[in-house]
Design a protein around this ligand. Structure first.
Ligand code: SF4
Length: 482
């Protein structure tokens, strides 16, 4: 597909296939994980080819799409509230607007969504976005439209994303789709299907294109990036059946990272999300080898209790996780590590909870994403386990995890005082117009005075203050990475 000018240039976008100015207006918003935000950029690109320009005004939109998350009940409640908002706008200001739901909630509810939410005209699952133009023509003819078929091949590798809400400096590049891990609490395997990896050549093309456009940092994205494996297309689980040639020329995650790091030595590279059971040391060795691969890993663990990890179907023990952490810190001593934790999983005892707190103290995470267990329809845990931990206990344990993480974050960030860190400037600080905000190599938000620097500069900053989540400092010149 030919490149489409990004959405920032409202109304100026031209359909490069010479169909004249894009006149239809698309309002698209995303909830949930980075995969959803990346997918919305793919959808915007597909619709740009159908004559749609993006708009930030709901009232002006011909088509309103919400990319939904289903990871917790709260995420779905948020979406239903947005649909009420659309309903109000449709009734008062924009009677002709069409409404579509995308993403994991669309995949989980399928056509039931149309019954439950009358405002909805089309329901499209994460693997069916290329069918949106056809579905829209069905809607135009007055029929509701649904496509929630999960694919064995689809990676959208042939689509050039339209960068939405982009700062022109950082971008997501999706490398895999789906997940085979079947953690008992998680809906993702049901809403995003089986694991399949994208052709490394199309990934390199996208990265080179981003570099050419002046982007300075990319995040290689997937539900489970460590199990990336390209062997010519198809599902990860069918690799064993592949030809000897395909196996011999297969590309795994470490090799892909090495290829991307070499292709764009000045481009900062991050990746997300990892799963400890699939992470291999060759990935860490490649990180240690390349200066432009950031020294930061998001390594969800969910619990510090072997008994709970087993019930969650996490394919590793606490000891194995600790060994991995030790190996990572041995190879990259100044690594930044963040976590995901779930408190109050079915049958979790006080002892299990204490084990989680002990593990956090052992790893000394920089920060984390912490939630109490939210039972999800259709998951193994929902089908096989009673959600037996009282809400107030779930919340109390969550607060203890959050409090401990705050202490760890404060102590870890204090270690940066007096140090010089390299910061990529991304935007104006939320708190102060005269200050820039960016992140250091370890993904820690860092604030500095604007002086003569600009968005996209790599700046060396001497850290003078810190909070539990932010570093503040004085710039001492552009870094050699500029
Ligand atoms: S690794 Fe587990 S938690 Fe993560 S997306 Fe896959 S099934 Fe869900």
């Amino acid at each position: 597909m030919e490149k489409i000018i990004d959405e920032n240039k409202q109304g100026e976008a031209l359909d490069l296939q010479g169909k004249g100015a894009n006149t239809k207006k698309l309002f698209i918003e995303s909830y949930g994980c980075q995969m959803n935000f990346s997918d919305s950029e793919v959808v915007a690109s597909i619709l740009a080819n159908e004559g749609y320009n993006t708009t930030k005004n709901l009232e002006d939109a011909d088509l309103v799409l919400v990319n939904t998350c289903s990871i917790r009940e709260k995420a779905e409640i948020t979406v239903r509230k947005r649909l009420e908002k659309y309903q109000a706008v449709k009734r008062k200001q924009n009677p002709n607007m069409k409404v579509g739901v995308l993403g994991c909630m669309a995949e989980r509810l399928k056509s039931k969504f149309l019954e439950e939410e009358k405002i909805v005209d089309l329901v499209v699952g994460p693997d069916a976005y290329k069918d949106i133009p056809n579905l829209l023509s069905e809607v135009e003819e007055g029929r509701n439209a649904v496509n929630v078929i999960l694919s064995k091949e689809e990676t959208y590798g042939d689509i050039s994303p339209v960068r939405l809400q982009s700062n022109g400096v950082t971008a997501f590049v999706s490398i895999t789709r789906g997940c085979d891990n079947m953690c008992t609490f998680c809906v993702v395997p049901f809403t995003r299907g089986r694991e399949r990896s994208r052709d490394p050549q199309s990934i390199l093309e996208e990265v080179n294109d981003l570099a050419q456009k002046g982007f300075k940092e990319i995040t290689l994205l997937g539900q489970n990036v460590d199990s990336y494996l390209w062997y010519g297309g198809g599902l990860k689980k069918d690799f064993a059946k592949a030809s000897e040639m395909a196996k011999a020329t297969a590309v795994n995650f470490a090799q892909l990272m090495d290829m991307v790091a070499r292709a764009q030595p000045k481009m900062r590279i991050r990746f997300s999300t990892s799963n400890p059971q699939d992470m291999t040391l060759d990935v860490i060795e490649v990180m240690a080898k390349h200066r432009n691969i950031c020294n930061y890993i998001h390594l969800p663990v969910q619990s510090g209790s072997d008994r709970i990890l087993k019930l969650m179907n996490r394919q590793h023990t606490v000891a194995e996780y600790k060994k991995l952490i030790d190996d990572i810190k041995a190879l990259i001593p100044n690594i930044g590590i963040s976590q995901d934790m779930i408190t109050g999983f079915p049958t979790e005892t006080e002892e299990d909870h204490q084990a989680t707190l002990e593990l956090m103290k052992y790893v000394r995470y920089d920060y984390g994403f912490m939630f109490y267990y939210s039972e999800r329809p259709g998951t193994m845990a929902e089908r096989k386990m009673e959600d037996d931990i009282p809400l107030e206990v779930k919340k109390r344990r969550l607060q203890e995890v959050i409090d401990l993480q705050r202490d760890l974050s404060r102590d870890n960030l204090k270690n940066y005082l007096g140090q010089t860190v390299e910061v990529l400037i991304e935007k104006t600080s939320k708190k102060n117009e005269d200050e820039w905000s960016g992140r250091n190599d370890q993904n820690i938000v860092t604030i500095l005075p604007k002086e003569n620097y600009k968005v996209g500069d790599f700046v060396n900053v001497i850290v003078e203050e810190c909070t539990t989540g932010t570093l503040m400092g004085r710039p001492v010149g552009l870094s050699e990475n500029n």
